[in-house]
Design a binder for this molecule. Structure first.
Ligand SMILES: Nc1nc2c(ncn2[C@@H]2O[C@H](COP(=O)(O)OP(=O)(O)OP(=O)(O)O)[C@@H](O)[C@H]2O)c(=O)[nH]1
Ligand SMILES: [Mg+2]
Ligand SMILES: [Zn+2]
Length: 320
């Protein structure tokens, strides 16, 4: 389970289709709804699929082999090894977001106001999965955006590009960054992920939602991941808005590595087992002194470490 690149449910060569059924060549999962998957065959035909019970996870973006059971319907028999797998996990389960994606576009906005803590978790998950990240500050037409862009300037020197634009205006700068990439839009509900996809691809018709006036929060319009082809090469995957982002699948060291400002400080603390809290000679704490944003980021990192330890302790106890 810790092998993020292959993930669970990767190819089992012995899981061949019964000889009586016709099988497709490797085909792409373009949408996932729980245990149902929409698969596009090589000839472009869409196949409505379930999966063999023993296959644990099939994600949007997976390459799969399908046994056709009736016209337009089939059973996923095998999943090809994945180049990447982006997922989140809590105490009870892991939720696969997408497979074979190499760029996480983390979409934020000033209205509703994004939560930087959640964004930090998305960034960490993407880094740990071996993906690049781009922070997309959407809704630049709204006055709240200037302050958001100012906050986000912190991330640029860490090697994470920050791009401001409006899904209602020109999305050419985003299109340029997505060319020949396999990108996924992630972020909270109401940030404008689906609206961006519709602007990138006028035929996409991804479902978008008006914000409810009363709460000014997003409404979870997108309920499943869906992958779209870009006209000049590459793909972009829409995903449902998230409210929580657990990182149970990551060890402390992996988390420290997934926060770029702390990566170079690993091993620099006076004590080898430093928890970066009250210990003297802590390099992480020293970096945060006088830098409130580094301080916040350290706080969020330690919050995840604590959350994971709490759950692991609880899980251990429940097995006693
Ligand atoms: N002013 C403004 N509104 C935008 C922009 N982009 C999206 N919106 C609006 O924001 C609302 C939410 O947009 P969606 O695209 O549905 O958001 P989402 O991120 O896909 O939300 P979920 O599917 O729930 O995760 C809609 O009312 C959009 O019209 C923008 O650039 N400017
Ligand atoms: Mg959406
Ligand atoms: Zn330390």
């Amino acid at each position: 389970m810790r092998d993020r690149r292959l993930g669970r449910g990767a190819t089992n060569p012995s899981a061949a289709a019964p000889a009586s059924l016709q099988s497709t060549r490797w085909s792409r999962v373009i949408a996932s709804f729980g245990r149902r998957h929409e698969v596009r065959a090589e000839d472009g035909a869409l196949i409505d699929c379930v999966r063999r019970g023993r296959l644990q996870d099939v994600a949007c973006g997976d390459l799969v082999e399908v046994a056709i059971t009736s016209p337009g319907c089939g059973v996923i028999e095998k999943v090809a090894p994945r180049s990447t797998l982006l997922y989140r996990s809590d105490a009870f389960r892991q939720k696969v977001l997408a497979a074979n994606v190499d760029l996480a576009v983390i979409v934020v906005s000033g209205r509703p106001h994004y939560r930087e803590n959640l964004m930090a978790r998305c960034l960490a998950a993407a880094a740990a999965a071996g993906m690049d990240s781009l922070i997309l500050c959407n809704k630049q037409d709204l006055p709240e955006t200037a302050a958001v862009l100012e906050e986000l300037a912190y991330y640029q020197p860490l090697g994470i590009e920050v791009l401001g634009l409006s899904a209602l205006g020109s999305v050419t700068p985003l299109l340029e960054r997505l060319r020949d990439r396999n990108a996924i839009m992630v972020g909270e509900s109401g940030m404008g992920k689906s609206t961006l996809i519709n602007s990138l691809l006028p035929d996409a018709r991804a479902r978008t939602g008006a914000l409810s006036n009363s709460s000014d929060t997003g409404r979870h319009t997108t309920t499943s991941a869906r992958r779209f082809d870009l006209p000049d090469g590459g793909t972009v995957t829409d995903s449902p808005g998230m409210q929580v982002f657990g990182l149970q699948h990551l060890q402390v060291r992996e988390l420290e590595e997934a926060f770029p400002e702390f990566r170079g400080l690993i091993g620099e603390c006076r004590f080898g087992d430093c928890q970066h809290r009250e210990e003297p000679g802590c390099a992480f704490k020293a970096a945060a002194t006088g830098h409130p944003r580094i301080g916040h980021r350290l706080h969020w990192l330690l919050e995840i470490v604590e959350e994971n330890a709490r759950v692991q302790h609880w899980a251990r106890k429940s097995f006693d």
